[in-house]
Design a protein around this ligand. Sequence first.
Ligand code: PLP
Length: 397
Amino acid sequence: MTHYDFDTVIDRHNTHCKRTDNLVSEFGSKDLLPLWIADMDFAVCSEISEALVNRFQGHPIYGYTNTYDEYWQSIIDWQRRRNGFEISREEMTFMPGGMPALGMILNFFTKPGDRVVLQEPVYYDFKDVIEGNHRLAVRNNLIPTGDHFYKMDLDDLERVFIQQNPRLMVVCNPQNPIGIVWKKEELQQVAALARRYNVILFSDEVFGDITLFGHKHTPLATVSEDAAAVTITCGSPGKTFNIPGLKSTWLVIKNPELRREFYRWVEVNELCNANIPALLATEVGYRKCEPWLEACKKYIEQNVLYVADYCKENIPGIYAIKPQASFLMWLDCRRLGLDHNELVRFFAEEAHLALNNGEIYGVPGYCHMRLNVGTPRALLEKAMGQLRDAVDRLKNR
Ligand SMILES: Cc1ncc(COP(=O)(O)O)c(C=O)c1O
């Protein structure tokens, strides 16, 4: 079996990398271990880098480029094989990113002032894109299950649909920041309600390939006829193969009524025009890099277990929730006895760690932080040591 190296620490400073080079603008100091924004610190699978080098060195013209059959087929085959998701070319379009896709969908299917449902805590850019486009985010927040996990509040969802009359709902499937893999039954209920109340579902499945500990991703559009009728699926090889900077995203809309005009609008405005590295890396990733992904997931699982155990043994004030998917961990810090602003300051100024502030994911993120464990173990060990020492100093104050 090929050995993949996830242990080598690669210095990302001064490469225009947001994670390292935005520390001062985001956290006020450059002297922090960066474990925030959701990309990984691992080199991509060599098949991807070799294909890109060969293309760029082998042929010196980088002109206007079509999408091509092998590109589409690589997505179709991957979804069929891994998720049992049957899709065809005419149901798909290329998009230059998940949030650009959401922005386009909001602009096409809704109007200013329309309501869009979010289930917080959830990836903060959804709210920013919704509100930045002058739509109104309304909440159907997740509810804690008592065992440090969360579930959907489906009774409340029906109430929100009736009372708020939203046009769209974002389903983060799998969920970020907690890393929840939604069950088929939950998704079926959401889809049935959406159909009944005429709500389009934007299913963000960019973490669908990074399921952990035996959990299995269920594409929302596969769970029922209702789901197929109302769902816009947004997928990407970005998280899967650690290539989010290449801006390669695809949409699937099964319902021809829903997609026809939208895809025409996207095309005339040239919003689905692809670029050479995005197409090539996507195709090569889906075709050749599955073993890399499986090895990467094993490495992430070990990192997750390490952090969960480390907190249990050394930092009892922090409970690190094990995700079912993603390389992100939701840290419940309520038992540290700090208020949220103190907590955010504590992580940056005392522990010298750059983590995402839990409150950007919504009100339920109070006294929570999000830790990115898609990083070499050595860095994670250093980070946990810094955190333990800072917590110990806090106790002795
Ligand atoms: C759930 C989720 N969706 C979408 C994105 C961003 O997608 P893109 O970079 O393709 O806009 C992220 C990035 O972290 C994410 O966590």
